[in-house]
Design a protein around this ligand. Structure first.
Ligand code: CMP
Length: 174
């Protein structure tokens, strides 16, 4: 029997449906996703995560705009908007936050913690590969900008493979 959704959940499902990464998700998959995370509403010019801090959250921009900057060098790195994600590097590679991310305008985020992000990636290998690819491109951009050093780079393919291994372990007891 299906349980009626609250208006907030329904609105959140509609916002997540607009995120290209989740466009192929069924209603049930989106419901399960929103049960694992929460929505965060932020005013302009608020810091969401700070360079060098230990990170525990992964963020998807539902609406609004955020800016990625290198606090150490004062360098502008990127602007992210509706449908983009961030915070994956610290979560998936275990390094501290590589940059500071702050809101530019009123912004709505969907937030997942490490465990729930890992569950999501294990259940959706295509999504895991897309995130691993973006992670790797971002790391290379950070290296070319001199924000991180090549020695600090943790291979995203390794990160992904270790997730798959963990999954096989759980499912097949390998
Ligand atoms: P993390 O290091 O966890 O926290 C800061 C985040 O900024 C980082 O994850 C990425 O999600 C994001 N980020 C870092 N470099 C770039 C980049 N070159 N382009 C877009 N986003 C980036």
């Amino acid at each position: 029997m299906s349980v009626p959704l609250s208006q907030t959940k329904r609105a959140l499902i509609e916002l997540l449906r607009r995120v290209p990464y989740f466009s192929g998700f069924t209603d049930a998959e989106l419901r399960s996703l929103i049960d694992q995370g929460y929505r965060q509403v932020m005013a302009p010019k608020q810091i969401i995560c700070q360079e060098d801090d230990l990170g525990d959250s992964f963020y998807i921009v539902l609406s609004g705009v955020v800016e990625v900057i290198s606090a150490r060098t004062g360098m502008y790195i990127a602007t992210l908007q509706e449908g983009d994600f961030f915070g994956e590097i610290a979560l998936l590679t275990g390094t501290p936050r590589t940059a500071t991310v702050r809101t530019v305008v009123d912004t709505k985020l969907f937030v997942l913690d490490r465990e729930h992000l890992q569950n999501l990636l294990l259940e959706h290998p295509d999504l895991a590969e897309q995130i691993a690819e973006t992670l790797s491109e971002r790391q290379h951009m950070l290296i070319s900008l001199g924000v991180i050093k090549e020695e600090e780079l943790v291979n995203s393919q390794e990160t992904y493979l270790s997730l798959v291994r963990q999954h096989l372990n759980t499912v097949f007891g390998l």
